[in-house]
Design a protein around this ligand. Sequence first.
Ligand code: HEC
Ligand code: HEC
Length: 321
Amino acid sequence: MSCGVGGSSCETPRRRGAFVVLGILALIFIALSIFSFLKSRGQVTPDTVSFGPYKATDGKRVFQAYNCMGCHTMVGNGAYLGPDLTKEYRRAGPAWLAAFLPSAGGWPTNAAVRAQLLDPNQQADAGSDSIDAYLKKFPGAAERIERRGGGTTMMPNLPLTRDEIGQLIAYLKYTSAMNTEGWPPKVEVEGLDHRLQLAHGTVAAAPAPAPSAAPGPASAALDPAAHGAQLVKDNGCLACHATDDKRLVGPGWGGLYNAKVALADGSTVTADDAYLQESIRQPNAKIVAGYPTGVMPAYGTLLKDDEVNAIVAYLHTLEKQ
Ligand code: HEC
Ligand code: HEC
């Protein structure tokens, strides 16, 4: 060929070839750079995601204000005390989150999540008001209820308002919708199995039922107050109510029975059995002064009459502290 032994004519075509390759690589680099700035990469933006009236952008502020990242990771950033929350909404869904976030250190039970599904925002977001359909759609919620429901958690009980909870759900919905290319990796430990038995458990403060703490069929034979203590735990009431007179989302129950309750309309009522039953079945019939309307789920369709009576019997036993 033209490029003989020791010939310098080889140099020119080689150099030309190198420039061509370099030019192609530069073009690919520029094209990819432009592509990475395109809006149409299928990535959601937070201003397009909401949960009911709540916006993901507001939820991000709540997430920062409570320093959730001080304990949790989000898309790889943050701390490792609590689990990664990037895909939490997709796993557990809005009703489980609404039952968990304000809870007094307890994991939601089936009944607590079902009560959240009475909320129209929840129904619209989850696409159904049936707990069975919900658990099918969000298997992570079913798994959490089955493995931890009713147990105590290490997550601190934060003083979140109802609006803040809605906003946090919107934010977690947004992060779940982000394309994170498979992040976070699937956790390979049996972390969901552990249940903490902390000494300060809220229900443990109630008079202890029969020493054979065997749950299940035996619980029907318990006396009504002990049955009621179990029911308020299972139905997520303790997410909002303290068993002493502390204010949480709702008023504390300590010393409530037969006390005078000031209502939002300026009148006063005695907390007798009829009032307590009504407060559980139709909480919006009478609103306690200083508390919001429409926050407590109406348990009328969820609890049977004897269950409401058992809860009222339990409320009789709670004293002011
Ligand atoms: C002081 C540390 C701390 C802070 C602050 C904190 N968390 Fe947690 N959180 C935890 C721990 C620890 C767990 C796991 C609890 C357990 O396994 O008992 C947890 C669990 C959770 C879970 C359930 C996770 C699952 O997969 O079941 C959610 C959801 C959650 N936190 C949301 C939040 C949000 C939202 C905030 C901020 C508003 C927040 N956390 C602030 C420590 C914290
Ligand atoms: C999502 C939060 C929430 C849950 C869950 C909840 N409540 Fe309430 N509850 C409230 C709020 C807020 C009020 C005060 C407003 C009102 O009067 O409806 C209240 C009021 C009450 C009152 C009247 C208290 C008083 O001082 O007069 C009773 C009794 C009561 N709830 C019982 C229950 C029982 C029993 C359950 C579970 C079966 C339950 N609540 C679940 C938020 C909640």
